[in-house]
Design a protein around this ligand. Structure first.
Ligand code: IPD
Ligand code: CA
Ligand code: CA
Ligand code: CA
Length: 284
């Protein structure tokens, strides 16, 4: 492990404790039957008071400790904050990945905190406060679940692959019905290629840590945001998996698309059967 900032370890240790505090907040709220649900850009784009409270807890805590750090957080951006992608240490935060699951009390949710320094992803924390599974990774240091090392599968065959997928229904608001066509067409392409199974956990981060721990073999999604993938991407890579652009190009955390796979062979084969879509990130 070679830090690119002298205090990198301190940053990560502090964030890990804070994420667990945030987890207590989410767990308590999860047990309550009534939570106030608002919608954002569409009827399927949900937000609750807990999403906002968790993001506030994380940003307040981190900025108090590290005043010169920057933040890219889902609910702050929804509230009008500008995305500033600079060389400064930047925390990329999804307070609850899987808000729809949270609202329906489906225990597949994750608090995601990624750290970038000089625009390079350096660390990822993905915590499911309901199952108390804490996934973590730092570049060059391996990936862990509750402190134990995890590894992606060695699967190189689509026919033996369990793929994670999402229709990303709220993306329809940005991209229209063409969006749904691409998502559906890709599930169809994969089914025709003879994959072993599809799963949809309702959280990009859970899909990705499933790849990191070797339970699933691949995951593709168009329309995701930096906060969905920054933290779990580090975990997949450090678990020995592969994270690329769905077209086969290098992964760009700001590009709103991702393909994660257990091996480079599987990533390439998956990429080659997909229907790709191009869009202007600035239109989003
Ligand atoms: C969503 C979940 C979902 C994915 C969407 C994301 P949110 O995040 O990760 O699985 O399909 O694209 O936006 O809104 O629950 O944080
Ligand atoms: Ca959301
Ligand atoms: Ca998310
Ligand atoms: Ca979220």
């Amino acid at each position: 492990f070679q830090p690119i900032h002298e205090d990198e370890q301190k940053f990560v240790d502090f964030a890990t404790i804070l994420v667990q505090k945030a987890g207590t907040l989410v767990r308590n709220a999860f047990e309550q039957t009534e939570s106030k649900v608002d919608t954002k850009l569409s009827d399927t784009d949900l937000v609750t008071e807990t999403d906002q409270a968790v993001e506030k807890l994380l940003i307040d805590g981190l900025s108090k400790e590290f005043p010169d750090h920057r933040f890219i957080g889902e609910e702050s951006v929804a509230g009008g904050a500008k995305i500033e992608w600079t060389d400064a240490p930047t925390w990329i935060i999804d307070p609850i990945d899987g808000t729809t699951n949270f609202v329906h009390r489906i225990p597949m949710i994750a608090i995601c905190v990624g750290l970038a320094i000089k625009k390079q992803l350096r660390a990822g924390i993905v915590y499911n406060p309901i199952t108390r599974e804490l996934y973590s990774a730092q570049v060059g240091n391996g990936a862990f679940k509750n402190g134990f090392p995890i590894k992606a599968s060695k699967n190189e065959s689509l026919k033996k692959a369990i793929l994670c997928q999402s229709l990303g229904l709220h993306n329809r608001v940005y991209f229209g019905d063409a969006w749904l066509d691409v998502a559906q067409s890709n599930m169809r392409n994969e089914a025709l290629a003879g994959v072993r199974g599809h799963r949809s956990f309702g959280s990009a981060a859970i899909n990705m840590v499933m790849v990191a721990q070797g339970s699933c073999d691949g995951y593709v999604e168009y329309g995701i945001h930096a906060w969905d993938v920054a933290a779990p991407a580090v975990i997949v890579l450090e678990a020995g998996g592969c994270v690329i652009d769905p077209t086969g190009a290098p992964f760009n955390v700001m590009s709103r698309k991702v393909l994660a796979a257990s091996t480079p062979v599987l990533a390439k084969d998956l990429s080659s059967i997909l229907t790709h879509v191009t869009f202007e990130p600035e239109a989003i």
